[in-house]
Design a protein around this ligand. Structure first.
Ligand code: ZN
Ligand code: ZN
Length: 423
């Protein structure tokens, strides 16, 4: 598939690229290379090296080592707005099960979230914007971020002087590949990704022999009761118009069948879309843990620890409308859809909130369009999406095309919607 022309390229303006099939080939090969060599969060050294070399070849100013492995390409092209395009670079501790001939060569590590695709698309977009710089003015910041999977990379880059070194953007733009059909883009104003809080609760009982429970305060029973009671928060304490997720992903207590342990530990993942609901849910978790401890006769209060917090990604409504036409220009009519809020989390919002500027973050369809051939309604599509391996699955394998082409063109078109006219 060829590269879609940006409709903004009016007569008399430079074409954006000189040799599109060659770029397309290079992108496919860098994608396969990145996919074969995934690197975990904050260890994206090889990836960062590939990115920096590519950006240097384009003649960009390259900032390296921001938060360890972060790379920024700066393209100053006269007066005008500054647009930040962001890609994340890290992979996951997942053993790949896709069977692809370019599957991971690193044992137990896989690009299971598609960040290799994000890097590829941003390299393509920067190439097109750099070679077509006669068609726009302003400054482009191409940010290649480490450690999204730890939801710490964005914060770390800002703390390590990202904006002092690269300058401050006027808008943050980016995308995440998702199991929507390739050829579709998911865009919505307001909450795009949920806020995520990791909570650890330690419940204190009083251990003893398994044959004499009357002489103990059993933290296993306390933990079990707590887990069940937590299920009532979303169903009983939130209004029907609000939504949240409370998951207990880990429950640990004891070592042996005939010993009642002293303590039990719960690890929770909480997803919310606004601060009021977040505060309410976290307070309910704390209240329930304390109440169940009291109900069990515990002599010591439980400990409640907020291990990690990521804010929601809130797409600015005006900025979404400003960008929508650009995204529509790179896909078929009707292919920019509202995917609803994702309960997944993303730290990209930190790049925007810390600069005090709007963000537009969209979903890039990556699922084989052939799988949707029989779908005649939105419900059909949703049902098929629900049955596909999604991000973080060992079997998650977005199709290369048209995903890469559309991902590149979406970034270019969205950036052009914010950059200035040629000087
Ligand atoms: Zn992920
Ligand atoms: Zn991701």
């Amino acid at each position: 598939m060829g590269w879609t022309d940006d409709r903004r390229n009016g007569p008399g303006r430079e074409p954006q690229v000189t040799n599109e099939p060659e770029l397309s080939e290079r992108l496919r090969s860098v994608y396969r290379d990145l996919h074969r060599h995934p690197e975990l969060s904050f260890a994206e050294h090889r990836t960062a090296g590939i990115v920096a070399a590519w950006l240097r070849e384009l003649g960009l100013e390259v900032l390296e080592g921001i938060a360890g492995t972060g790379v920024v390409g700066v393209l100053r092209n006269g007066a005008g707005p500054t647009v930040l395009l962001r890609a994340d670079m890290d992979a996951l501790p997942v053993a790949e099960g896709t069977g692809l001939d370019y599957a991971s060569e690193v044992e137990g590590v896989m690009h299971a979230c598609g960040h290799d695709l994000h890097v590829t698309c941003l390299l393509g977009a920067v190439t097109k914007l750099a070679t077509g710089r006669g068609a726009w003015s302003g400054t482009l910041l191409a940010v290649f971020q480490p450690a999204e999977e730890l939801v710490r990379g964005a914060k770390s880059m800002v703390a390590d002087g990202l904006y002092e070194r690269a300058g401050r953007p006027d808008v943050v733009l980016g995308q995440h590949v998702a199991p929507l059909p390739a050829g579709a883009i998911g865009l919505r104003p307001g909450p795009a990704f949920a806020a995520s809080d990791a909570v650890r609760i330690t419940l204190h009982g009083a251990g003893g022999h398994g044959s004499r429970p009357e002489a103990t305060v059993d933290p296993v029973v306390m933990a079990a009761a707590t887990v069940l009671r937590l299920q009532g928060i979303v169903s009983r304490e939130l209004p029907a118009s609000e939504t949240a997720v409370v998951t207990v992903g880990s429950l640990q207590a004891g070592t042996k069948n005939n010993i009642i342990p002293d303590d039990a530990t719960l690890q929770l993942s909480v997803r919310t879309y606004n601060e009021a609901v977040r505060t309410k849910v976290l307070a309910a978790i704390d209240r329930i843990a304390r109440a169940e401890a009291m109900a069990s006769g515990a002599t010591k209060e439980p400990e409640f620890e907020l291990v990690e917090s990521t804010p929601a990604v809130l797409n600015d409504a005006d900025a979404v409308e400003r960008t929508r036409g650009a995204l529509e220009s790179v896909v078929a009519p009707g292919a920019v859809v509202d995917p609803g809020p994702a309960t997944g989390s993303e730290d990209v919002g930190v790049l925007a909130s810390s600069a005090g500027v709007p963000i537009v973050f969209w979903l890039l369809g990556g699922a084989d369009p052939g799988l949707f051939a029989g779908a005649t309604s939105v419900e059909d599509v949703a049902r098929i999406v629900g049955g596909l391996p999604s991000n973080h699955s060992p079997r998650y394998a977005p199709v290369e095309e048209p995903t890469i082409t559309i991902g590149v063109n979406a970034l270019v078109a969205a950036a052009r919607a914010w950059l200035g006219a040629p000087a």
